[in-house]
Design a protein around this ligand. Sequence first.
Ligand SMILES: Cc1cc2nc3c(=O)[nH]c(=O)nc-3n(C[C@H](O)[C@H](O)[C@H](O)COP(=O)(O)OP(=O)(O)OC[C@H]3O[C@@H](n4cnc5c(N)ncnc54)[C@H](O)[C@@H]3O)c2cc1C
Length: 397
Amino acid sequence: MIDFELSPEEKTTIEAAHKFAEEFMRPISRYYDEHEHEEPEEFIQKSMGLRSQGGVFGLGVAAALRVEEYCWGDAGLMLAMPGPGLGGAAVFASGTREQIERFLKRYGEDKPCWGAMAMTEPHCGSDTAAINTTAVREDNEWVINGEKIFVTAGKRAMEKSNGLTVVWATVDKTAGRAGMKPFVVEAGTPGVKVEKQEKKLGIRASDTVTLVFDNCRIPFDNILGSPEVRKVDKTDTSGFKKAMATFDATRPIIAAMAIGVARAALDFVKETLEKEGVKIRYGLPRQKLTALERDVMEMESQYKAAKMLMLRAVWMMSQFQPNNLESSMAKVKAGLAATRITQKAVEILGPLGYSRKYLVEKWMRDAKINDIFEGTGQINMLVVARRILDFTREQLK
Ligand SMILES: Cc1cc2nc3c(=O)[nH]c(=O)nc-3n(C[C@H](O)[C@H](O)[C@H](O)COP(=O)(O)OP(=O)(O)OC[C@H]3O[C@@H](n4cnc5c(N)ncnc54)[C@H](O)[C@@H]3O)c2cc1C
């Protein structure tokens, strides 16, 4: 039985997240959108105080609902909050118990630190199996060489003390997917350069960078999971499967982000209409509704459908149930719903929606990323289609 019921403590953390979003994120939202690479120092310090109430930790239903609240506040700032991020999810999905303890304990301590995950390379993003970054064993170390682009939180994770980045590299290119392995590179490790900070359309408070690895040496036991590559067994895609397991954990959280942005726009539209004396008449037959009422109801139904799919995917994860299909479904739906809802909000509000006086135009820009990172909408639709139709990767490309 699926159960989304929250404990009183969990409800309190979600309320605290909403209050934080309202008091500390919304007021600085425009500023950090316009000052893209400026560090929100005060905000980072304030968000450290949230750790006792869950902060950005966790992978369950309550954690996802907190993410929704923070992104209702500001999705870019949410990504700037200290925490394990995508790197933490990769450690969790691929690491041993000892590694999870060693690498994730720091996020519960008093100093702010970040985690990032570096998969995408200049020549490949969707086709993750094509990565060229290499990790070569030399005595008791791995030597990493390559370039990773569009790494979220990569600057903070590599330059601020105690941060870490999970870097996907191949230990044997001839082994294909079986050769892909995740490695933990700690902040300050020689041989890593933060080369470029992206200028972006949306989520501009989040840092997105290129990382260059030039003979970067890390300890042997920073490989997550086993170093073994079983080339003889063509079906062994264990390294690749770990990458996919990471996505199964992170896609529902991206869906929660999208849902938060969508709700920000939806709430603003409804409040504005109410102020203008426009009432949405629920319960009437469709032919009696105005076009505007139908639009708002459509936005609400898109929001709710996306949220239900997201909740199911995170709930399954919290129960340790395989959720590959559900997490991709949630991600596709939420990415599309948030894109549509925020565009519709701009459309309904007309010049108010387009003006920088309000945040609606920003939410429209922020929403789109959810349909791009952690697997684009098209790639997640492929995953869903393969699962439902029972096709292999080779049969349906
Ligand atoms: C702001 C931002 C933050 C990011 N953060 C991270 C991060 O932290 N870590 C990280 O590793 N990466 C990150 N990325 C990279 C992101 O995950 C990739 O951009 C994404 O996976 C798409 O890969 P690509 O850019 O190579 O596009 P491509 O794979 O070249 O895709 C281009 C277009 O073709 C479509 N397409 C590709 N293959 C198919 C197919 N088989 N069928 C149908 N359509 C297809 C795609 O859907 C897309 O529309 C980030 C990107 C951005 C913009």
